[in-house]
Ligand binder design. Structure first.
Ligand code: SAM
Length: 279
C-alpha cells in the first residue's frame, strides 16, 4: 500500500515510516494474512523437495516464512518472493541474509513477472490478487503463465473486510465531503476470484474452493494502540488531510468505539480478557 502523503500526520509517520511500516503491518493486518497463509498450507499436499515456489505479492515474506517454518528440514526448496514495496522486500532480505534462506527477492509487479513460462511448481498469492490490474485478470494471467503444467496455484481474497466500514465511518466524520475510494469490484462471494483464474486459463474442474476465518486478537488495554496502528496504516486510504494530525486522538477514539460495536468484532471476557477483531 502506498502510504506516502503530503499531509501524513506525525503520529502516523512514527508508525509507518521506514521499517516501522513493516512492524506496524505485521502487528495489525499481518496477523490475519499470516493465519490465511498457514491455513492454506494445510490444504496442500506436502511440498516435495526440489519445488520452486513463488511468494507473489509477498509483503515481508508471509508465505515464505510459513512454508519454511512448516518444513524446517525440507531440502532443496527454492523460493522467489516478489512485491512492489521495497520497504517490505528489504525486511525480508534482512532475514534471508541472517538465516541463509533459499529465497531470492525481486521488486516486481505481479502483472509483469520477471520469470520464464512454466517456471514454478507452486505459486501462492496471499491477499494480493485483487490489487492487480484489470480487476485481477492481469495478475492471474501471470500466475498461469509462470506456473508449470500440473503445478499448484493458491490465490485468495477477503469475504468480509472488518476494517472497511469502521474506517470509512471515521473518514466521513472527520473529513466530510472527501471521497473514500471503495473497491469497484465486489470480491466477497468468491465469484470474481474464480472468474479471473478461469480467464487466465485455469480449468474450473481443477479448482478447489475453500473458506477460512482469521482474527487479530488484542487485550482490552492494548486495543487503543492496536486501533491507532490500524488508523496509521489505513487512514491514508481516504487521503491524509492537514487536520488529521490535530484530530488524531479523536479519530482513534472513534475507531475504537466503532470497532467494538461492529459485527466483525467479538468481545471475549473469559480467560485472557481479550477483544478479537478480524482485520
Ligand atoms: C495485503 S498485503 C499481503 C502481503 C503478504 N502476501 C501477506 O500475506 O502478508 C498486499 C501486498 O501486495 C503488494 N502489491 C500490491 N499491488 C501489487 C502489484 N501490482 N504487484 C506486486 N505486489 C503488489 C503490496 O505491496 C503488499 O505488500
Amino acid at each position: 500500500m502506498n502510504i506516502d502523503s503530503v499531509h501524513l500526520p506525525k503520529q502516523a509517520k512514527a508508525l509507518v515510516e521506514g521499517q516501522n511500516k513493516v512492524s506496524t503491518y505485521e502487528s495489525t493486518g499481518g496477523i490475519v494474512t499470516s493465519q490465511f497463509a498457514a491455513h492454506n498450507l494445510t490444504l496442500l499436499s506436502p511440498i516435495p523437495s526440489g519445488s520452486i515456489i513463488h511468494d507473489n505479492t509477498c509483503g515481508s515474506g508471509t508465505v515464505t516464512r510459513a512454508i519454511l517454518s512448516a518444513n524446517p528440514s525440507a531440502s532443496n526448496l527454492q523460493f522467489h518472493a516478489t512485491d512492489t514495496d521495497q520497504v517490505f522486500l528489504d525486511a525480508l532480505q534482512k532475514d534471508i541474509s541472517a538465516h541463509s534462506w533459499p529465497v531470492t527477492v525481486a521488486n516486481a509487479k505481479s502483472e509483469a513477472l520477471p520469470f520464464s513460462d512454466d517456471y514454478f511448481t507452486h505459486s501462492i498469492t496471499n491477499i494480493g490478487i485483487f490489487f492487480t490490474s484489470s480487476a485481477g485478470v492481469d495478475g492471474a494471467k501471470e500466475i498461469y503463465r509462470t506456473l508449470q503444467p500440473g503445478g499448484t496455484a493458491v490465490v485468495n481474497c477477503w469475504e468480509f473486510v472488518a476494517w472497511f466500514l469502521p474506517l470509512k465511518t471515521v473518514h466521513d466524520a472527520l473529513r466530510p465531503g472527501k471521497p473514500f475510494p471503495a473497491p469497484t469490484i465486489n470480491w466477497s462471494d468468491g465469484q470474481q476470484l474464480q472468474k479471473v483464474m478461469q480467464e487466465a486459463g485455469f480449468a474450473q474442474d481443477k479448482m478447489r474452493l475453500e473458506k477460512s476465518e482469521a482474527w487479530a486478537s488484542t487485550k482490552e488495554e492494548d486495543f487503543w494502540a492496536w486501533a491507532e496502528k490500524t488508523w496509521a496504516y489505513l487512514g491514508g486510504v481516504g487521503v491524509w488531510q492537514e487536520s488529521d494530525e490535530e484530530r488524531w486522538g479523536e479519530a482513534v477514539d472513534m475507531l475504537v468505539k466503532i470497532l467494538k460495536e461492529q459485527k466483525g468484532t467479538k468481545i471475549e471476557n473469559g480467560e485472557g480478557d481479550g477483544r478479537v477483531c478480524p482485520i
